[in-house]
Ligand binder design. Structure first.
Ligand code: SAM
Length: 263
């Protein structure tokens, strides 16, 4: 970008938009309206085709997510792309899975754009934990039984090692772990060592809210092997007594479900 040009104010606004957990019907009305007037859309890999189909047909659509074996566009590069686009496009949409501010690096994009005087608006989305739970009749909190919900990410081994396990071990704390498939066994061991019951129900939800959604259930002691059977696709791990209320857990106990495997 020409630096002289940069001295002028950007013409456009960047909308950091949550695309929801997958099912396009879970998009907010505000997100649909912004998409319909977008001039350019930068989206992550996890954003469903049905959501992209709601974009202005004239909009340029740019995938900045990971593609089969290819490295994803780096965060610094995405930040620059967004800022540059705002100088030439009135409505720039940055579309992210779930909610832009829950493990989506939306905060970094907001900081970068604001520091450069680019107007930003945030459109919240239904985060994976809420979407996956609702779809399966899983109440993440429950009167007297589950009085807290903690959203965590355990992408790297360091994340799992750094958890405050003592703070997470209480029976009334429902845990929703994003990007936790690889570190599941480590997290389970940490929780059990900190006093959480090995019998605590767990669920691994793959492709939540999408037509090929899969649920695998078990107990905390077996979480590593449950996660290992999850296969490909985005997976959310839920740990807590509330899982006993969910439809897949009940079905697994009845032996009537093919996709769930209660321990
Ligand atoms: C980079 S994080 C983005 C989270 C997103 N901003 C949100 O609010 O849901 C990606 C992780 O979210 C979880 N996730 C997103 N969509 C999901 C879905 N449809 N089913 C299960 N997990 C999902 C998975 O743990 C996945 O690895």
């Amino acid at each position: 970008v020409n630096e002289n040009f940069r001295k002028h104010s950007p013409a456009g606004t960047v909308y950091l938009v949550g695309a929801g957990p997958g099912d396009p019907d879970l998009l907010t009305l505000k997100a649909a309206k912004v998409l319909a007037k977008a001039d350019i859309v930068f989206h992550d890999e996890l954003v469903a085709q049905g959501v992209l189909a709601m974009a202005n047909p004239a909009a340029q659509i740019v995938n900045v997510g990971k593609r089969a074996g290819m490295p994803s566009t780096g965060q610094d590069q995405i930040n620059r792309l967004l800022a540059d686009a705002a100088f030439s496009h009135p409505v720039v949409v940055r579309l992210k899975g779930g909610d832009p501010f829950i493990f989506g690096r939306g905060g970094e994009e907001l900081d970068y754009l604001q520091a450069r005087g680019v107007p930003v608006e945030i459109v919240p989305g239904i985060t994976a934990a809420l979407g996956c739970a609702a779809q399966a009749g899983l109440p993440l909190t429950f009167r007297n039984e589950a009085t807290r919900l903690t959203l965590l990410t355990a992408h790297r081994a360091e994340d799992a090692l750094a958890f405050d396990y003592a703070g997470l071990a209480a029976k009334d704390n429902t845990l929703a772990i994003y990007m936790g498939k690889e570190t599941a066994a480590r997290v389970a061991a940490g929780l059990i060592a900190a006093g959480r019951s090995p019998e605590t129900p767990v669920a691994v939800i793959v492709n939540g809210t999408l037509p090929d959604e899969r649920w695998l259930t078990g107990t905390l002691a077996g979480l590593g092997s449950v996660a290992a059977r999850a296969g490909s696709g985005p997976a959310l791990i839920v740990i807590g007594e509330v899982i006993r209320h969910s439809t897949p857990w009940r079905e697994a106990l009845d032996g009537s479900s093919h996709s769930s495997n209660a321990a």
